[in-house]
Write a new protein. Structure first.
Length: 396
């Protein structure tokens, strides 16, 4: 169909404002709603008796109507009302509109996801800052949209639905591939743990493979704005020791703590409070001190490699043991005496190097797939707005 067959309509000519009031009964139960941002849809928020609803001016929800959050409109908080219960109500924070029979409901639903529609909403919001922009119904209803005849609307809907389904399928496949790749790493660590045990022929206590096992200070230090990094369990995240975001202590306090617990490169840290049993090799040269939520393992380098111990401690076998050994109800703690008893297979150093190389390669592959998935997901997310932009310009 030619683009010339599309006609301009004022929104007020195809939408009718709905304001059917509900007379609240104190003993009747009602369902209040919310509209989630970024086209997240309509959700039931809570059940309340009429006497519990402070704002008595409430409106009946109308299935098939367009509903817009007046205070979240900038963030695409609008939806088509589905088959909601009869006792679902909307406050004055929402505006509802019946859609003309001249517009296919599914066509309007896709139209509401388009960049053009977003622009009509945002240009009708008033306020000083984005978070306080409020929808102006009267201004919005004067906006112009272009619509094709009903038959063309249905053709466009069918095409958008087809393309949207393909996008979702591609996103699902990418996500599954990344999850499957990530799941290979824990499984491989368990397999290599068992292989290491076969090669070593016996288990050893973790304490026997270390020159020292201790934990950080049990007393909260005095923090300063500028000083030496002081890290806790929250600073071991994403496979990194995050010194840049850690709290700071004075050089004098650090020196005092460092005399008793001195993490240095190639030691191993183990989380023992809150997040339990995650190991990380110290791979930074900058000095830092640690809190009680971290254990410090100083290894016998003639017996075990730091990254080998990191992988073994992060295997499901040892992680499960760590969780089972955790004590406490609120702030759970993996105490040192249990850490020292962890069963560790220690084959020869060349075999440990081979195991580390295999696991590092597998992790690198998994991370590469995750990055690809994230990049592809972003590209796929950008596809639908592009398709909708073309669709509602008559170019699809």
């Amino acid at each position: 169909m030619s683009e010339s067959d599309w006609k301009e309509f004022q929104l007020g000519s195809i939408l009718r404002y709905l304001d059917e009031r509900v007379v609240l009964d104190d003993e009747t139960e009602y369902l209040t709603i919310t509209i989630k941002r970024r086209h997240g849809g309509l959700e039931i928020r809570e059940k309340l008796l009429g006497q519990e609803i402070a704002t008595k001016k409430q409106f009946r929800l109308v299935p098939g109507a367009l509903i817009i959050s007046r205070v979240q409109c900038w963030h695409q908080a609008y939806a088509i009302v589905g088959n909601v219960p009869a006792n679902a109500i909307a406050s004055t924070n929402y505006d509802q509109f019946a859609i003309s029979p001249e517009v296919a409901p599914r066509f309007f639903w896709w139209l509401s996801h388009s960049p053009q529609f977003t622009e009509t909403i945002r240009s009708s919001a008033v306020g000083v800052v984005v978070e306080k922009m409020v929808f102006n119904r009267g201004k919005w209803l004067t906006k112009i949209v272009r619509l094709p005849p009903l038959a063309e609307q249905r053709r466009i809907v069918a095409r958008i639905d087809e393309l949207a389904a393909k996008i979702e399928e591609a996103k699902t496949l990418r996500k599954q591939a990344a999850e499957e790749a990530e799941a290979l790493v824990p499984a491989a660590k368990t397999d290599l743990y068992n292989e290491a045990l076969r090669l070593a022929g016996r288990m050893e206590r973790l304490e026997d493979l270390c020159t020292r096992i201790t934990d950080g200070t049990h007393i909260t230090p005095r923090y300063v704005e500028v000083g030496i990094p002081f890290i806790s369990v929250k600073d071991i995240t994403g496979g990194r020791i995050c010194l840049e975001s850690s709290r700071r202590i004075s050089a004098e306090e650090h020196a005092r703590l460092f005399r008793h617990c001195n993490p240095v490169r190639d030691d191993v840290l183990l989380t023992k409070v809150g997040t339990i049993g995650y190991a990380k090799v110290v791979d930074v040269d900058e000095e830092f001190s640690i809190f009680v939520s971290l254990a410090l393992l100083k290894l016998r380098k003639d017996r075990v490699l730091p990254h080998y111990i990191e992988h073994i401690l992060n295997s499901a076998i040892i992680r499960d043991r760590a969780i089972a050994d955790t004590r406490g109800v609120g702030n759970q703690n993996l105490v040192l005496k249990f850490i020292k008893e962890f069963p560790i297979p220690a084959p020869t150093l060349p075999e440990q190097r081979r195991i580390v190389a295999e696991l590092d390669a597998l992790q690198a592959e998994a991370h590469a797939l995750q990055r690809l998935q994230a990049e592809t997901a972003a590209e796929l997310d950008a596809l639908l707005p592009s398709i909708l932009d073309k669709a509602f310009k008559g170019e699809l």
